[in-house]
Ligand binder design. Structure first.
Ligand code: NAI
Length: 507
């Protein structure tokens, strides 16, 4: 009998009442569901109930929950001292230690207690649901129910179908998630599911840029935050999460996909973990130094004084946007067919590095500077030199683009600057998740915006930039590095060629 998530007298057990279990218990109780808490550690379940009580009364104090609703929610939470007390539950959500043997053993015990229809859900973030279900007598009622921390605030949950999971189980859990006020996203059982899979591009590409000496970590953070619109730069995020945790996830996903180059972790991260440079949790030893819980600001060099050099702007690539901007900053700038002898040459490549763009357009590489026109130019501008660009030309360009007060970041040569390559990789991995039929394009975007807080889901972002442009950036990256890391996903390639949306499903 399939589970009816709307049933008034629904009863849900939470096993493992730590960080995640208590959050799941809270939102279930608030949704009018009877909750039974169980934990093997003595005192853990009552402590979790006390914690939920505190959270509910805080919500009531802030006026976000009526006091009687807070009391009713708490009254719905009971504590079980023995596993046998869960015999009448309709759903069990397991949130115990992340250990396959422990989870398998627990599910084995549970199958001897609960009814054969009871849904067994696991909150695992890195194990395969299929592996947990494999030794069960009824693997078809086992599914993933992956919440994010903190559960009441992170309003998305991945509902994961193991290889053996019956379709009704995922549907019932998705309905249950909706009742608990969360957005369910459906995923096939694969390493990292959706969120931890789609999140592989941001940090790994940032490390790739750092490792190649293209920019400093704080420059990468500034560009991605201010120009590309991420809430936190990748290195700020790594410091917050803890590099030991993030690097382990990077390695795990990379290896579970049999060394897929798109997810390749960085030797820089491994070394920093060895050194104990883990981030905020190591006090002042992360990418940033922390005092009083805050990162010490890294000063930005002031722009050089304006230089009196003629300026020429290329119309190639994303040139039209650059021509408009430069016309405002220097009304004498020219954008004809050929630059003057002494002119600073400005180019706006899509995917190409400055060297390749300068040579392709027959420009003098000692006088060429590239500008990233793909992300917005209003909040921060990225300039990129060739290895031969003279310091005088570099500084002249820096002064020009800082003229209206917008901050400027000057980086070394790279196909796709910083923002173009990071955005292209995020879109590419999102596309490949769709190609592998792990989730629908819509669910991929929902999972990424709600679970990772990116400014847009990867497929919507790709549509906004234009699939053909994303494909062009990846093509240039692939040509330049000859690294399969940058090979475009078939999902992207076909839709870019057909000129259709990345959100368009297969017919
Ligand atoms: P936690 O360490 O805060 O809590 C785990 C609880 O399970 C502890 O109270 C422990 O006493 C209890 N426990 C351990 N073995 C048990 C058993 N055999 N039977 C009953 N209780 C048992 O762990 P946390 O962070 O809440 O994680 C729980 C699960 O959720 C793990 O699978 C983890 O991977 C997953 N997860 C964690 C996230 C996080 O940010 N902390 C995010 C998403 C998923």
């Amino acid at each position: 009998m399939p589970l009816d998530a709307t049933r008034q007298d629904l009863s849900l057990a939470v096993i493992g009442t730590g960080v995640m279990g208590r959050g799941i218990a809270q939102i279930a109780a608030q949704a009018g569901i009877r909750v039974v808490l169980y934990d093997t550690r003595s005192g853990a379940a009552p402590a979790a109930r006390d914690y939920v009580a505190q959270m509910l009364s805080r919500l009531a104090e802030k006026g976000r929950l009526a006091p009687d609703a807070a009391k009713a929610a708490l009254d719905r939470i009971e504590i079980a001292n023995v596993l046998e007390r869960l015999d009448a539950c309709d759903v069990v959500v397991e949130a115990i230690v992340e250990d396959l043997a422990a989870k398998r053993e627990l599910f084995g015990h549970l199958e001897g207690i609960v009814s054969p229809e009871c849904v067994l859900a696991t909150n695992t973030s890195s194990l395969q649901v299929t592996a947990i279900a494999a030794e069960c007598r009824h693997p078809e009622r086992v599914a993933g129910f992956h919440f994010f921390n903190p559960v009441p605030l992170m309003k998305v949950v991945e509902v994961i179908d193991g290889v053996m999971t019956a379709p009704w189980v995922g549907e019932a859990l998705a309905a249950l998630a909706g009742r608990m006020g969360h957005t369910p996203v459906r995923a096939k059982d694969t390493p990292g599911f959706i969120v931890n899979h789609a999140g592989r591009a941001y940090g790994t590409e940032a490390f790739q840029i750092l490792r190649e000496g293209i920019a400093e970590f704080h420059q990468i953070d500034r560009v991605l935050r201010e120009a590309a619109g991420f809430r936190m730069g990748p290195f700020e995020l790594l410091d917050l999460t803890g590099l030991d945790v993030s690097h382990a996830v990077m390695e795990s996903i990379y290896n579970q996909y049999y060394q897929e180059p798109r997810y390749r972790p960085s030797p820089i991260a491994a070394l920093r973990v060895m050194a104990g440079l883990l981030g905020r949790k190591s006090g002042d030893r992360g990418f940033y130094r922390y005092s009083g819980g805050k990162a010490e600001p890294i000063p930005e060099p002031p722009p050089p004084p304006p230089a009196d050099v003629p300026v020429w702007v290329s119309g190639e690539g994303l040139g039209p946007a650059l021509v408009d901007l430069v016309a405002k900053l220097d009304p004498r700038a020219r954008s004809g067919a050929k630059p003057d002898e002494r002119a600073l040459c400005l180019v706006a490549p899509l995917g190409k590095d400055t060297t390749t763009a300068a040579l392709a357009e027959g420009l003098d590489p000692t006088r060429t500077v590239a500008v990233d026109c793909l992300p917005g130019l209003a909040k921060r501008r990225t300039l990129m030199t060739t290895p031969l660009t003279s310091p005088a030309m570099r500084d002249a360009a820096h002064a020009l683009f800082a003229k209206d007060g917008v901050p400027v970041t000057v980086i070394h040569d790279s196909p796709g600057f910083i923002a173009q390559r990071v955005i292209a990789q995020i879109v590419n991995i999102g596309c490949d998740i769709a190609q592998q039929r792990i989730a629908t394009p819509q669910d991929i975007d929902r999972a990424v915006t709600l679970g990772l807080g990116y400014p847009a889901g990867p497929l919507t972002w790709g549509d906004t930039v234009g699939p053909a442009r994303i494909l062009a950036i990846l093509g240039e990256l692939f040509d330049f590095y000859q690294d399969p890391r940058y090979r475009p996903s078939p999902w992207l390639k076909r839709r870019a060629r057909l000129g259709v949306s990345l959100l368009a499903p297969e017919q």
